[in-house]
Design a protein around this ligand. Structure first.
Ligand SMILES: *Cc1c(COP(=O)(O)O)cnc(C)c1O
Length: 425
């Protein structure tokens, strides 16, 4: 689109024109694996990356393409590549720029599944990850060596909602000419746009708020287009690729990363997003700003209710004064913190379990970012296998309850919590 539209407009229009043949106004769902060529020469050019075009849906598909362009527009990037899940997107990002022997500096409060992949499977394949407290900038910088390819952080720590000084981390990365990668799943580009604070690549599990209704998996990488790939640290980008007539990806400028992510990572590792999932995700994305505003509004009311309830011992919500991330939240998240936070009830483990057992409207699951309101008791589920020390380092006490505030009427949600608190036995 030529005019610079605002977020609410882009989430409905970016990346799509009415279908030129059928004049369909909705994004058509192209459940086709393959697309025909006009001529043998055109096929040859597409295969050699000399011409764009659809030919096989593992690499590109018109429905998935609309989602990619829309997410790039919403995040202020130059391009985006979709994957089957958030996990596939994160691993795809690493495989696009790293090879065995390389090192990653990762925040120690990442999503548990990401920590598991980095320290388990990826470590086994020769990718070393150093986990560090993302507030400890000195240690973070001291871990950088000639093998380091990126600093990988999450914009909001899960579950305890701690935040980072993005500008300071970006400054460290760029002084050392290494990638600054941000998993921005929890706030979404509506509440926070990492590229504006120096992120080179942004990654999302679209399974969460982007799709938003708890019914479809997906992931996406957005490229800022700002990283200079003519950098000896990244030989995969600077050495000629025999598979494509000695192409040097770094020479492609702003399309370097996305081209390689498709031509190598999706081609060789699979992991593409299904067109059906892209279609569902686009439906959700059209209302992202409206939903996030409501998640924020409901969360504020629930945090206030919890803060004043006699059975509640503490509330960890970064918009409340006294929270360790209060100042960072004010600086980086002016539209609001979001819908995921924690609180503790008096009485520890048993009281926490009792609340979970008595909720009626809230759902007890370990997912988050659904239109439905959800509660999790981490000490008996997601964090049950950890030592006491690891659990506390992750901000989880015995009585901690994680709440993902949905889009229901907030009075109904508060009534449900109230009756569950009354029954703590
Ligand atoms: C859920 C999640 C992931 C993993 O995404 P999947 O779509 O479940 O594979 C990664 N990062 C964050 C922050 C998440 O919340």
């Amino acid at each position: 689109m030529s005019k610079k539209y605002q977020f609410e407009t882009l989430q409905i229009h970016a990346g799509q024109k009415p279908d030129p043949v059928t004049k369909a106004t909705g994004v058509p769902l192209y459940l086709s694996n393959a697309f025909t060529f006009d001529s043998a020469d055109q096929a040859k050019n597409i295969f050699a990356l000399e011409e764009g075009g659809y030919f096989y849906s593992r690499l590109s598909n018109p429905t998935v393409d609309v989602l990619q362009q829309r997410m790039a527009a919403l995040d202020g990037g130059v391009g985006a590549i979709a994957f089957a899940s958030g996990t596939a997107a994160i691993m795809g990002l690493i495989m696009t720029v790293c090879q065995s022997g390389d090192e990653i500096i990762a925040a120690n409060n990442l999503y548990g599944g990401t920590i598991g992949s980095l320290s388990g499977t990826m470590q086994g394949m020769g990718f070393t990850s150093h986990f560090v407290n993302p507030r400890d900038l000195k240690t973070m910088e001291s871990l950088i060596n000639e093998k380091t390819k990126m600093i990988f952080v999450e914009s909001v720590g899960n579950p305890n909602g701690d935040m980072l000084d993005f500008d300071a981390i970006s400054e460290i990365c760029h002084r050392h000419h290494i990638l600054f990668v941000v998993d921005n799943t929890t706030p979404t580009p509506y509440l926070f746009r990492p590229i504006e604070h120096g992120a080179d690549l942004v990654v999302y599990s679209t399974t969460k708020y982007i799709a938003g209704h708890g019914n479809v998996m997906g992931g996406i990488i957005v490229d800022s287009g700002n990283f200079d790939w003519h950098n000896e640290r990244y030989p995969l980008m600077t050495t000629p690729d025999k598979a494509y007539h000695d192409i040097v990806y770094a020479d492609l400028g702003k399309s370097a990363f996305c081209t390689k992510a498709v031509a190598k990572t999706l081609r060789d590792l699979g992991g593409c997003m299904s067109p059906f999932n892209a279609y569902m995700t686009l439906l959700g994305l059209e209302t992202l700003s409206l939903r996030m505003d409501r998640h924020v509004e409901n969360s504020r009311k629930i945090a206030e209710f919890l803060q004043n309830h006699e059975k509640v011992e503490w509330v960890s919500y970064a918009e409340l004064e006294g929270h360790s991330s209060y100042e960072l939240c004010q600086k980086y998240f002016p539209k609001g913190f979001g819908g995921l936070f924690t609180f503790g009830v008096k009485g520890g483990l048993e009281a926490g379990k009792s609340v979970i057992n008595h909720i009626q409207l809230f759902t007890h699951v370990t997912n988050f970012a659904d239109s439905r309101s959800l509660l999790t008791h981490p000490a008996s589920t997601t964090h049950a296998q950890m030592s006491e020390e690891e659990r506390l380092a992750g901000g989880v006490q015995q009585g901690t309850i994680r709440i993902s505030v949905g889009l229901e009427n907030v009075e109904d949600l508060i009534d449900d919590l109230n009756q569950a608190f009354e029954q703590i036995d």
